[in-house]
Design a protein around this ligand. Structure first.
Ligand SMILES: [Zn+2]
Ligand SMILES: [Zn+2]
Ligand SMILES: [Zn+2]
Length: 257
């Protein structure tokens, strides 16, 4: 299985508009962090996209990915969904795409993007709208999507519940604040982990960097990559601060699991 981290930045992205800090003005390409998404490629044709952030088109071009077979949503915050219209060209070419995620998240997407989901909205001749089919998942129930084993895991993001996803020995968890013992048990045996981490200090809706390290250790992953990163640390600086086996993710990071 091949995983590509398409974006590794927090909700405002890095550089932050108008910020002149050392990280926002860095020339290191690894300090350019677009909003988070990932591709999970099963190897024999099946390819899953996780989330549709605002930079989706640019991210897919950079990763040389022209099509995906399904989309998983972690949750519906703007930084994870506002590139949804970039699925239009994929569904126009390859037919209807299934969108998976928590049922309440999919319900809100249907309301927010009514031009996509309301059958009464018909695209004028010669124009297209995305052809997307919401398919709710139940936490804890494994499913096969595009030939890839997927386990949705419910996690807290402050007051909201998000889904993290396990794909065999790889897991992708973002916008998580706490991970219950049950979730840790469901993640036992994961060898490669991508997990969100914000600041050194505590945050009400996201794991801090020390908390993310604790979760990675509790899961026992051999390799962990921190994502949803802010402009607080450069890639180089954060790499030095992290313990062995834990590294910052960056846009374009490709993992073979
Ligand atoms: Zn987010
Ligand atoms: Zn900055
Ligand atoms: Zn969020």
């Amino acid at each position: 299985m091949r995983v590509v981290v398409l974006g590794s930045g927090t909700s405002m992205g890095v550089p932050v508009l108008g910020c002149t800090c050392d990280v926002c003005t860095s020339s290191d390409p690894k300090d350019k962090r677009s909003r988070v998404a990932a591709i999970v490629d099963g190897g024999d044709g099946g390819r899953i996209l996780v989330d549709t952030p605002p930079e989706l088109r640019l991210q897919l071009l950079a990763a040389d990915v022209a099509a995906v077979d399904a989309v998983l949503f972690t949750h519906d915050h703007a930084d994870h969904v506002h590139g949804i219209d970039d699925l239009r060209v994929i569904s126009q070419r390859n037919g209807e795409l299934s969108l998976y995620g928590p049922s309440d998240v999919l319900d809100r997407l249907v309301r927010r993007f009514d031009y996509i989901f309301d059958p009464a909205v018909v695209a004028p001749e010669g124009t297209y709208k995305p052809k997307l089919r919401p398919s709710p998942l139940t936490a804890g129930e494994p499913v096969k999507i595009a030939g890839i084993d997927v386990l949705p895991i419910a996690l807290s993001h402050g007051v909201m519940t998000v889904y993290g996803y396990r794909f065999g020995s790889f897991a992708y968890l973002t916008d998580v604040k706490t991970v219950t013992d049950d979730a840790i048990a469901a993640l036992a045996g994961v060898r490669v982990l991508v997990i969100n981490a914000l600041f050194e200090r505590s945050h009400p809706t996201h794991l801090s960097i020390p908390e993310a390290i604790d979760v990675a250790r509790a899961i026992g992953a051999e390799q962990t990559f921190l994502t949803h990163l802010t402009h607080r640390y450069s890639h180089e600086d954060l790499s030095k601060r992290l313990p062995d086996g834990i590294e910052p993710a960056y846009d374009g990071l490709t993992l073979t699991v």
